[in-house]
Design a protein around this ligand. Structure first.
Ligand code: FNR
Length: 391
């Protein structure tokens, strides 16, 4: 039987589910706790109603913009995803090639499987690099230097991980747990996906954490490495560390994981060039607000002074349009690109990005705008500025 063609991120999700061992699919797909924040991230975008306008000349719609000083063919960036390379052979390299082909930036996670050297060598445009604050500041400094030397100009510094969230799906799959049972469970799941076993586990080697391997003895053993990383997240981090980082990093600095307007103000005061409004895709604290619901208040507080990106639950170009209406300059997408990578490799991500761009163009045409800069609260039925003033 010839399978139908994927047309949405959810279609790629279904493909990814068929291709990945269960523990990997759940790692990508899941969130913290009961996954209520994860669900509300997605749901709250779809509740934002667009204002249809007609009889306006919308010939020559242009989705191009600039994000962090970089030209983008649409206002979208691939979010940093740790261990994305476990879902497809040399996955981060496939992803950066897809991002280049589509003219959008790719963000490499600190804990990507492909290291910054490998990804930068495959890239046509500067790669964005994401960093966590690691207890050992020597490692942080070495990674900053390495990223800069490899041509990276934009650092995405993640601030919402003083400790890892509690993810029930990972626990059920025995991730990070000692003993025989988790091992046997994992082997069973891997054997039920021979395509993944051959393509990724065998032909995709080395399965180590590229950028970290010089610093961590256990980088070639994912379980041991996870334990090391979990201990290395620095719960003592404060704004003073951002001040240190600011003077240490000469490129653009985006702080990712801001969900509160007071923190947004502090981020700007600390010298960030931009923020990513994010709750880590609902993977950290279940019960915090969706990003769509906090974006208007944050945009009202700092939108004039800094660049705002947002992520979490964006599943279509129409959601991208909604985010721009609420005051973002651009968005990041996480799971949609990893589902596409797992389901159909580089071509899957390219197709996903084309779908997002087509949907964005349609949203622009039917709301009567032709340029990204013209998208704003006027394109919505209910002006969010009124709601954020009430808060
Ligand atoms: C993430 N995210 C993430 N963020 C980060 O700063 N560094 C990282 O290494 C990771 N790793 C990671 C792994 C997986 C499997 C997921 C799903 C997410 C968060 C990510 O960058 C982004 O904030 C969310 O994925 C956005 O939500 P959506 O688009 O996945 O709904």
């Amino acid at each position: 039987m010839i399978r139908r063609c994927p047309a949405t991120p959810e279609d790629y999700r279904a493909l990814a589910r068929r291709r990945l061992p269960r523990f990997l699919f759940d790692y990508v797909d899941g969130g913290a706790g009961r996954e209520q924040t994860l669900l509300s991230n997605v749901r709250d975008w779809s509740g934002i109603c667009l204002r249809q306008r007609v009889m306006i000349d919308v010939d020559g719609i242009d989705t191009e913009t600039r994000l962090a000083g970089q030209d983008c063919r649409q206002p979208l960036v691939l979010a940093p995803i740790g261990m994305a390379g476990m879902t497809a052979r040399r996955g981060e390299v496939q992803a950066v090639r897809a991002a280049d082909a589509a003219g959008v930036p790719f963000t490499l996670s600190t804990v990507g499987l492909c290291g910054i050297d490998e990804v930068a060598a495959a890239a046509a445009a500067p790669v964005w690099f994401q960093l966590y604050m690691i207890r050992d500041r020597g490692i942080v400094e070495a990674l900053l230097d390495k990223a800069w030397q490899s041509g990276c100009q934009t650092l995405v510094f993640t601030v919402d991980l003083p400790m890892p969230g509690s993810r029930h799906r990972d626990a059920r799959n025995g991730i990070g747990l000692p003993g025989l049972r988790p091992k046997v469970l994992k082997i069973g799941q891997v054997l039920s996906r021979p395509g993944w076993l051959w393509n990724v586990a065998v032909r995709g080697k080395p399965l180590s954490f590229g950028s970290m391997s010089a610093h961590v003895p256990a980088a070639s053993d994912p379980d041991a490495f996870k334990r090391w990383v979990d201990e290395q997240f620095d719960p003592t981090m404060t704004w003073a560390d951002i001040a240190w980082l600011r003077q240490r990093w000469q490129g653009r600095l985006l702080l990712k994981g801001i969900l509160d307007r007071d923190d947004a103000l502090k981020a700007v005061d600390a010298g960030a060039d931009g923020i990513v409004v994010s709750n880590h895709g609902g993977r950290q604290l279940d019960g915090v607000s969706s990003t769509a619901s906090v974006l208007p208040a944050i945009a009202a507080a700092v939108g004039e002074r800094t660049e705002i990106l947002v992520d979490g639950g964006l599943r279509s170009g129409i959601d991208v349009f909604r985010a721009l209406c609420l005051g973002a300059s651009g968005v990041m997408i996480g799971r949609p690109w990893v589902w596409a990578l797992a389901g159909a490799g580089q071509a899957g991500i390219e197709r996903t990005l084309a779908i997002f761009r087509d949907e964005l163009r349609i949203a622009m045409a039917l709301t009567g705008v032709t340029r990204i800069a013209d998208i704003g609260p006027d394109c919505l039925v209910n002006d969010p500025r009124a709601a954020s003033e009430r808060n």
